[in-house]
Design a protein around this ligand. Structure first.
Ligand code: FAD
Ligand code: MG
Ligand code: MG
Length: 318
């Protein structure tokens, strides 16, 4: 019997994303506890509703620091550190721009240039002031907003993996809208599909086989809108306030921690292939698959996974 035949899949929609849990046993109660856990984190971290711990911080911008729970504080601290990496595109204070473009939400359109320029002044990560003792966060300027959209799914995927392990599960997979974390390794490893950019349906460029690792992709084809024949996607360049524009269609990161994957997928998206590969040379635990607009697939290294190309239109460069 194939692994797939022994697997049970459970699905939900949370964080505006399709969520898929795969287990090697039929266990409905466990699946619903996993979905509640994700929901709890969503309630703490969302910026898409009036209330959450992150929204409390945003609503007090320019007024006062807000104390938050330890996990939320640590995640914000981690996001701030990623935001200060030279040459990277990650910025946790990008919120005012995300809210202005509304990409992936109702009403998305190209905002007036003046709005973008004004909001750029509210996105300096140095103006996110942290206090370790109080576990408090202070946004020094009114109108500043933290957005954890580029890191929170990674964090939550790791918590789900830890929870499954705690519950005695040895084999499992959680997919948070394209952000995949795995627990253990079935025979032959887990096979994760790499989507073909802009292709309809489930067309794949290739498969990534991993054993107990996470696989996370940041791509320009995930959330975007078109206006006047141009495409605008959801990863914004913190330097310009416009969607990042470089040679890439997507970056996939493979690493043990989904948190690292999520951070690095956004971080090196902005670096591009050359600088991205250079940055990863110091991190043998983090590996990248770049997909370029020129239909090349470039592997920074492939020591902890196996990539199989499935599409003849693309050229693999290892
Ligand atoms: P990544 O590439 O990992 O991150 C891109 C996202 O990060 C953008 O969508 C934006 O939110 C933010 N971002 C953009 N540019 C930057 C940058 N330069 N630096 C840092 N961050 C940046 N979607 C809905 O449609 N409805 C919801 O109710 C909803 N609720 C959510 C609640 C939570 C807790 C989370 C984590 C996500 C939610 N989402 C929701 C999805 C969210 O809006 C983003 O689309 C999603 O997180 C993007 O993840 P990604 O892995 O595809 O992209
Ligand atoms: Mg992500
Ligand atoms: Mg990310």
């Amino acid at each position: 019997m194939s692994d797939d035949a022994r697997m049970y899949s459970y699905s939900a929609v949370l964080m505006g994303s399709p969520i898929l849990l795969k287990l090697f046993e039929h266990n409905e109660p466990l699946a619903s506890r996993v979905f509640s856990l994700i929901k709890q984190y969503e309630d703490l971290l969302t910026v898409n509703r009036a209330h959450s711990q992150v929204m409390d911080i945003n609503q007090a911008a320019g007024q006062q620091p807000v104390s938050v729970s330890r996990p939320v504080y640590e995640l914000i601290k981690c996001a701030k550190a990623a935001s200060l990496v030279a040459g990277g595109a990650f910025n946790l204070a990008i919120g005012p721009l995300v809210k202005c473009w509304k990409i992936g939400f109702k009403g998305d359109r190209v905002p007036p240039a003046g709005d973008i320029a004004q909001r750029l002044t509210l996105t300096d990560p140095q103006n996110v002031v942290l206090n370790d003792e109080q576990t408090s966060v202070f946004l020094t300027l009114p109108g500043m907003e933290i957005d954890l959209g580029a890191i929170a799914k990674g964090y939550i995927a790791d918590r789900v993996r830890d929870y499954l392990r705690q519950q005695g599960v040895t084999l499992g997979l959680i997919n948070l809208g394209g952000n995949v974390q795995t627990l253990g390794s079935p025979e032959g490893g887990w096979s994760i599909g790499l989507k073909k950019p802009f292709a309809p349906g489930t067309a794949l460029l290739g498969t990534i086989e991993v054993m107990g690792q996470s696989v996370v992709t940041s791509g320009v084809y995930e959330r975007y809108f078109e206006q006047d024949g141009r495409r605008y996607h959801h990863i914004l360049d913190p330097r310009t306030g416009y969607p990042l524009d470089n040679e890439l269609d997507s970056v996939t990161i493979i690493a043990r921690q989904s948190l690292d994957c999520d951070i690095w997928s956004t971080l090196i998206y902005g670096m591009g292939v050359e600088k991205g590969c250079a940055a990863l040379r110091a991190r043998s635990d983090i590996e990248a698959i770049f997909v370029t607009k020129q239909r090349e697939i470039i592997l920074s290294s492939a020591n902890h996974y196996r990539f199989t190309l499935l599409d003849d239109d693309y050229r693999l460069i290892a």
